[in-house]
Design a binder for this molecule. Structure first.
Ligand SMILES: Cc1ncc(COP(=O)(O)O)c(C=O)c1O
Length: 463
């Protein structure tokens, strides 16, 4: 978020100050909100002031909008607190943290079936967005080299994706001057298909992004079909169009819940995969991962070798300093859960999602867009039996503390507005029952209104 500075003149009077809430006991002076005060305050007072202000934030456990982890075990939290001081970039100073990152990359490359004969490489990032930038850059650099080798111009790169991509891919294209070619939605098709992808590809296509777990409805794109279509297209044209899989959510779900589904490095054209450790990797924000199936897929020019922290540190990242404790927390989960633990947790979340979506479908005024059977995320819309909109329902549920986002779909389904539930560890079957009860009460409330005009837009959710 870009924040604007507040004109102190406009804020004026009391608005420019934090009220001394504990004034009667320990504090008497107001604290400026928008400029540094001359003197500091005792820690307990500051803690209370900020702690109290944050009460106004939503309760993260009732936040069905976010994909991001909202619950971790106490031991994981303790480890994270013990390692707040570790800077991930200081690999020479914190070699064991670096070793743990390397082990995590190894575990993920094997989880995603990187061929044993290749040398898979990868790194942690602050999240999937940074990982997407790195994956996209590698595709651009590889494509440019291919064009140079053929003596062809390399000034009009494009990237093919569904319109359902998360905003990080639009950012990638804008920041790195690549034409985004987005297949629009059509009727009940909300994802990229092989057929649509092929229509948009030409020799300037640096790659195709396929999503495992669409942000809009949680569904997987058919990466195998896209791979097979590209194998044929490449053979026919002599192009070498590769695939990057955005497994922000599904990268940590499919290996456990749909192990037979081929979407990863088992498919030859899948060159790189990103995933968010802080989503279904079950770590608090922010940690993401990217793995390339072979080091040949990561152009050497993108790697910086710095020696000013001691040692030679090959680095491919957008930022420099970054917390190391999330990587440690990821490793904690890997050791703590193993494949069996991840399977059990995600299976439970999927059971809860499918229970909830099933009951919502039976209620009457709703139709499901997806049911939560891919990743435990589903979207639903209102039908002719509803005298309210999804935006009304989202606002009504908020009165009870539930954060259930309502938003419209992109081109060509802007007419479709949905509610979406992300069911994560910590959102229990009991909580699903409570949400259902509140949904029913809300439906009855709207049914009792004789002159209700459904609202057509909401506050807007950007996920
Ligand atoms: C499919 C997809 N890709 C990328 C992202 C961005 O991930 P992050 O928040 O880890 O940067 C998201 C976030 O919801 C997502 O759903």
């Amino acid at each position: 978020m870009i924040h604007q500075t507040v004109k102190l003149r406009d804020a004026g009077g009391e608005d420019a100050f934090l009220t001394p809430a504990y004034g009667s006991r320990a504090m008497s002076e107001p604290v400026p909100k928008y400029e540094l005060s001359e003197k500091g305050l005792p820690p307990q007072i500051v803690y209370d002031l900020i702690h109290d202000e944050l009460i106004l934030d939503g309760n993260s456990r009732l936040n069905l909008a976010t994909f991001v982890t909202t619950w971790m075990e106490d031991e994981a939290k303790r480890l994270m607190a013990e390692t707040f001081d570790k800077n991930m970039i200081d690999k020479d100073e914190y070699p064991q943290t670096a070793e743990i990152e390397l082990r995590c990359v190894n575990m993920l490359s094997r989880l995603w079936n990187a061929p044993a004969e290749n040398e898979a490489v990868g790194c942690s990032t602050i999240g999937s967005s940074e990982a997407a930038m790195l994956g996209g850059m590698a595709l651009k650099w590889k494509w440019r080299q291919r064009m140079k080798d053929k003596g062809k111009p390399a000034d009009k790169p494009n990237m093919v994706m569904g319109i359902n991509v998360q905003v990080c891919w639009e950012k990638f294209c804008r920041y790195w001057e690549i034409e985004p070619r987005r297949a629009p939605m059509e009727g009940d098709r909300f994802c990229l298909t092989a057929e649509e992808a092929v229509k948009l590809i030409d020799e300037n296509t640096i790659g195709v992004v396929a999503i495992m777990g669409s942000t809009f409805d949680g569904r997987y794109e058919n990466v195998k079909e896209i791979n097979d279509a590209l194998v044929k297209l490449n053979a026919k044209t002599g192009w070498e169009v590769p695939i990057h899989v955005d497994g922000a959510s599904g990268g940590f779900v499919a290996p456990f819940l749909q192990p037979k589904l081929e979407w990863d490095f088992r498919l030859p054209l899948v060159k790189s995969i990103n995933a968010s450790g802080h989503k279904f990797g079950l770590v608090f924000p922010g940690v993401g991962w990217i793995v390339w199936r072979d080091k040949a897929e990561l152009p050497e020019e993108l790697i910086f070798h710095c020696n000013y922290l001691g040692g030679d540190l090959p680095n491919f990242a957008l930022n420099f300093s970054r917390p190391g404790n999330q990587v440690i927390a990821q490793y904690y989960n890997f050791l703590r859960l193993g494949r069996e633990g991840y399977r059990r947790i995600h299976q439970t979340s999927r059971d809860v999602a499918m229970f909830l979506s099933g009951r919502i479908a039976e209620m009457g005024p709703f139709d499901l867009i997806s049911d939560g059977s891919d990743i435990p995320v589903f979207a639903f819309t209102t039908n002719g039996k509803a005298n309210f909109s999804v935006f009304d329902m989202s606002a009504k549920l908020r009165e009870r503390g539930w954060l259930v986002p309502a938003y419209t779909f992109p081109k060509n389904r802007e007419d479709l507005a949905v509610l979406r539930c992300v069911c994560k560890e910590g959102f229990t079957r009991d909580m699903a029952d409570m949400l259902l009860r509140d949904l029913r009460v809300a439906v009855d409330h709207f049914a009792s209104l004789t002159t209700h005009k459904p609202r057509t837009a909401g506050a807007g959710f950007h996920h």
